[in-house]
Design a binder for this molecule. Structure first.
Ligand code: NAI
Length: 470
């Protein structure tokens, strides 16, 4: 073991301060651990600085701008003279009022819990020691326990190195201007969310998707709403497209792609590549430890988030499962409890997934496809937002709520929402599924009126065979 005499002994280290790392650090501190958090970049990780949070800020700015210029004028009788966009002000608001507020809050919470923050990049020397390397310093920390929460980064594809006018999600959130034409390679969650945001902000957007359709995590009934919205806003979706190369100069970029055996060239201002993310495990020096990885570079953990080295835990995007902030935070609480000597298991039945498109899509638990694959005896009930009072007052009636329930017991086993507020509404299903509630439990729970949430009650009544509003 290379423990130099200069190695400082610490109790628990957490590597990474995203929604996995900072939650793990705080919970471990709450449970009595003396915690040191190591961060090479900004506190808050990708989610708070260059991911979930700033993207939602731009999505909301897009909605504000779009609704001023479109819907409200013609439908609700609100006459605006045509909104203008001060992009520099939008960026300033996103960075200073949104991102800084949240990252500052996290830094304060870490301080309040007396968590030491060490700046630098952690590399393992062995199962017990990390080297923390910063620009002007490098020092060893000998730890008793460790939680790795280093997250993930965007995948690059050949011919599209992230440089200049070829940007990843980070670059796309801080473009110097609203593009006149944005090409998006990869119509997954990131690609579709940002395509929608920029379309609302006035960009022409072209999505190049390698597969036959966009938003592959959602079924056709769901993603079709987004496709229709894109069509309305002039977004071109080119499916089965293979991006081949990019040629850029100071003012523009040419993207060359192949579709139906034909090579096509389009000119744009920027090209966003959003074809997936990969776990940040390759630069951690894990080969000096006994931590085992899958062949895709993910750390193998048990249901306590424990790696093959019992005092080293791993959470979030670097372990199996969807790369989602809320999954990382949940795993963080499990890992922290075990680090503190409790016996806690990861027993989440399902992780909700959301795409913040127009309309929002959300899913959790079984889908019709997965329930069929598993030969489950299930029933489906589906209620349209067009029959929900609140949705009508919002002029947001596109979409539906779908519940899958066990045929015999009516226990809710899955739910999908396409429509207004889907990202918030799905939490009611999270509670139902985690607690084995039936559709009757939901339908006989009093929901306030008029709310979008009533549609969940209505969908449950449908499953019970006694619908009132349809
Ligand atoms: P993704 O896996 O969701 O989508 C990537 C898309 O790119 C797929 O549709 C794929 O077919 C396509 N693709 C791959 N290679 C291609 C190529 N060479 N040419 C054209 N298309 C190609 O990945 P994405 O959108 O980058 O997101 C990464 C992760 O971040 C996901 O796990 C996602 O769940 C998570 N995320 C979640 C958000 C949320 O919860 N709202 C928001 C943003 C990201």
């Amino acid at each position: 073991m290379v423990v130099g005499s200069q190695a400082k002994s610490v109790e628990t280290i957490v590597i990474g301060s995203g929604p996995g790392g900072y939650v793990a650090a705080i919970r471990a501190a709450e449970l009595g651990q003396k915690v040191t958090i190591i961060e090479r970049d900004a506190i808050g990780g990708v989610c708070l600085n260059i991911g979930c949070i700033p993207s939602k800020a731009l999505i909301n700015a897009g909605h504000a701008y779009y609704s001023q210029n479109h819907q409200m004028d013609s439908i609700m009788g609100v006459q605006s003279k045509g909104a203008t966009l001060d992009w520099a002000a939008t960026q300033k608001w996103k960075n200073e009022k949104v991102v800084n507020t949240l990252t500052g809050g996290v830094a304060m919470l870490l301080k309040k819990h007396k968590i030491d923050i060490v700046r630098g990049e952690a590399r393992f020397n062995d199962n017990q020691v990390v080297n923390v390397i910063s620009e002007d310093d490098s020092h060893l920390l000998e730890f008793e326990k460790c939680i790795i929460a280093t997250g993930s980064r965007p995948i690059e594809i050949p011919g599209f190195a992230f440089k200049g006018r070829v940007v990843n999600s980070t670059g796309a959130l801080s473009l110097p201007e609203v593009p006149k034409h944005l090409v998006v390679i990869g119509g997954g969650v990131i690609g579709s969310e940002l395509a929608g945001a920029y379309a609302n902000l006035g960009s022409k957007v072209t999505i190049l998707e390698g597969l036959p359709h966009i938003l592959n995590g959602f079924d056709k009934e769901m993603y079709s709403f987004v496709v229709d919205d894109f069509k309305e806003k002039g977004v071109d979706i080119i499916t089965n497209a293979k991006a081949k190369a990019a040629v850029q100069d100071e003012n523009s970029i040419k993207v060359i792609y192949e579709v139906d055996g034909q090579e096509v060239e389009i000119e744009a201002d920027y090209c966003l590549v959003s074809v997936g993310r990969k776990p940040n495990t390759d630069e951690l020096g894990l080969n000096t430890t006994d931590v085992k990885l899958t062949d895709r570079g993910q750390i193998i953990v048990n249901d306590q988030q424990q790696t093959s080295v019992p005092h080293i835990y791993a959470i979030g995007d670097i372990v199996e499962g969807p790369m989602l902030a809320h999954k990382a935070s949940y795993e963080a609480k499990v890992a922290a409890a075990n680090v503190a000597g409790e016996d806690m298991r990861n027993c989440a039945i399902s992780i909700p997934a959301v795409a913040y498109c127009d309309p929002e899509l959300a899913t959790m638990g079984e889908t019709i496809d997965t329930a069929k694959e598993k030969n489950l005896d299930f029933m489906v009930s589906k209620f349209p937002f067009a029959a929900n009072g609140r949705a009508i007052t919002m002029n947001a009636t596109k979409g539906f709520i779908r519940i899958l329930s066990d045929k015999a017991t009516r226990v809710v086993i899955g739910a999908q929402i396409a429509g207004p507020g889907a990202s918030d509404l799905i939490s009611e299903f999270a509670l139902a599924i985690e607690n084995g509630l039936t559709t009757e439990d939901i339908s006989m729970t009093v929901h306030p009126h008029p709310t979008l949430g009533e549609a969940i009650m209505d969908t449950s009544e449908l499953a019970d065979g006694v619908p009132i509003h349809i």
